[in-house]
Design a protein around this ligand. Structure first.
Ligand code: OOG
Ligand code: NI
Length: 466
């Protein structure tokens, strides 16, 4: 078999993410306006800051900026999620991270399908935040059974995509014509349907339990509910949204603006009210689809993340009933306790770095023998440069804020206590969920090794490295 005849998974993901964006722009014209806004702001920010431009270029992030986006979908059953896992594997995307949203009263738990290695992320970091409905959290047994019966009757995949996934798994790849067909067939799963599968009374009963349950259960498939381009200045984006015809959500989620941006800041425009045809030809309305913008910063270690979580928790009580300006001011005040310079973040091991040898010195036989101290000494002497590793994942509190701002209308309060069940989500996926911290740590350690090897004289053995 000729392996080179296969289209790479990275290439298929890139094509799929562009096709998804084109479809969503046709479905939700406001998303096209959002892309325009972000492109304008990114161009302006880069023009105003040659420094930022140089840093992004050095990190290989300038090229991916224009294609960078994430999306979100919600599915109803373990079978649907299991099949999605196989579908995303064709595009080199694996489930990373576990997000328990039940604590915030949203009856789902989630993971992000995304590429994991550096080359794949650079080509196109397209990610999909994917939630599975927690039918076990519906208290009303009769309603729960009805939801299960409705979901059991639908098939969200085309026969064509099922065949192509089988081909990918048995042959080890897809050829050009198959890859093209795969993108078109896979896209069908995420298309919007203005025709609901249930009557209006059923929709209303499910929506009264939780709007999200109605959104997942009453339609033919898991319509893409938003796509999110990456901006370099989210404060400017939030402020400019009304000029582009959008109503922004009340506050920007995540950390405040910082000299060294950390993790992820997000905002969205409110979900649109759409007209739906229910079974029996009743007309009704449903809000589901919106647009989101995000700004990404450095990935934090578990220690850094713990500090972030602690400071964010302190800020939560200021979030309700304040303007974004007031909230950001308060947040910035609280986050003064979070180091904002790369050196402190590195010395206190709060964040992850990619190390790059820039030369100037050669290692000698009496250099420190463990990689970490050797690298630290070489960073101080300037022979190695530490670049921030970009956060590629999501944040549960932010995600809850995004969910809630797009689910207006009455909802019964769901289980107030956190009710994480990662084992259940993994069973549905059919694979283990990858720990995001392990991925960043591995990237960091690999880069240390590569940097040290680059500075090593040819006569020193590479295997003296750990
Ligand atoms: C997902 C909301 C979470 C994010 O960026 O944190 C999310 C959803 O509404 O389905 O997309
Ligand atoms: Ni999102």
């Amino acid at each position: 078999m000729n392996d080179s005849a296969f289209v790479s998974s990275d290439e298929i993901r890139d094509r799929f993410s562009r096709a998804m964006s084109a479809m969503y722009q046709r479905e939700v014209p406001q998303y096209a306006a959002l892309l325009e806004l972000v492109a304008d702001i990114n161009a302006r920010t880069l023009a105003d800051s040659p420094d930022l431009q140089a840093r992004l270029a050095a990190n290989g992030e300038l090229d991916r900026l224009a294609v960078e986006r994430h999306g979100a979908i919600r599915v109803g059953t373990a079978n649907e999620l299991g099949m999605l896992r196989r579908l995303f594997a064709v595009m080199g995307m694996a489930p990373v991270g576990y997000y328990d949203l039940s604590a915030a009263g949203v009856p789902v738990h989630s993971t992000a399908f995304r590429p994991v290695d550096e080359a794949a992320l650079q080509k196109n970091p397209f990610r999909l935040f994917t939630s599975l409905l927690r039918l076990d959290l519906i208290e009303d047994a009769e309603l729960r059974d009805r939801a299960i019966a409705i979901l059991d009757k639908r098939d969200i995949f085309t026969a064509g995509v099922r065949e192509l996934i089988d081909t990918f798994e048995s042959e080890g790849g897809l050829r050009e014509e198959e890859a093209e067909r795969f993108v078109a067939e896979a896209l069908e799963t995420f298309r919007w349907h203005e025709q609901a599968t249930v009557d209006y009374a059923t929709y209303l009963a499910l929506a009264a339990e939780h709007r999200l349950i109605a959104d997942v259960v009453c339609f033919r498939g898991p319509h893409i509910n938003h796509l999110t381009p990456r901006t370099l200045d989210i404060d400017a984006a939030q402020a400019a949204m009304p000029d582009y015809g959008m109503t922004p959500k009340a506050v920007i989620e995540g950390p405040p603006a910082m000299t060294q941006p950390i993790l992820l800041r997000q905002t969205s425009f409110k979900a649109l009210e759409e007209s739906i045809r229910f079974a029996g030809e009743t007309e009704g309305r449903h809000t589901a689809r919106f647009g989101e913008i995000e700004q990404r910063g450095i990935a934090l270690t578990p220690e850094g993340r713990a500090l972030y979580d602690q400071l964010l928790a302190e800020a939560q009580s200021y979030k309700a009933d304040t303007s974004n300006e007031e909230y950001q001011t308060k947040l910035a005040e609280i986050f003064e306790r979070f180091p904002s310079d790369l050196k402190t973040l590195r010395n206190r091991k709060l964040a992850y770095f990619r190390y790059e040898a820039v030369g100037g010195v050669r290692l000698t036989a009496n250099a420190p023998t463990d990689n970490e101290s050797a690298v630290a000494a070489l960073v101080s002497s300037g022979a190695i440069v530490a670049h921030p590793i970009t956060y590629e994942d999501f944040l549960p509190v932010s995600a809850a804020g995004i969910f809630q701002s797009n689910l207006d209308g009455p909802t019964k309060s769901q289980s107030a206590a956190a009710n994480a069940n990662m084992a259940d989500l993994e069973a549905a996926l059919g694979v283990d969920i990858i720990d995001e911290f392990a991925l960043y740590a591995e990237m960091e350690v690999d880069s240390m090794r590569r940097a040290l090897i680059a500075l090593m004289p040819a006569d020193l053995e590479h295997d003296t490295l750990h």
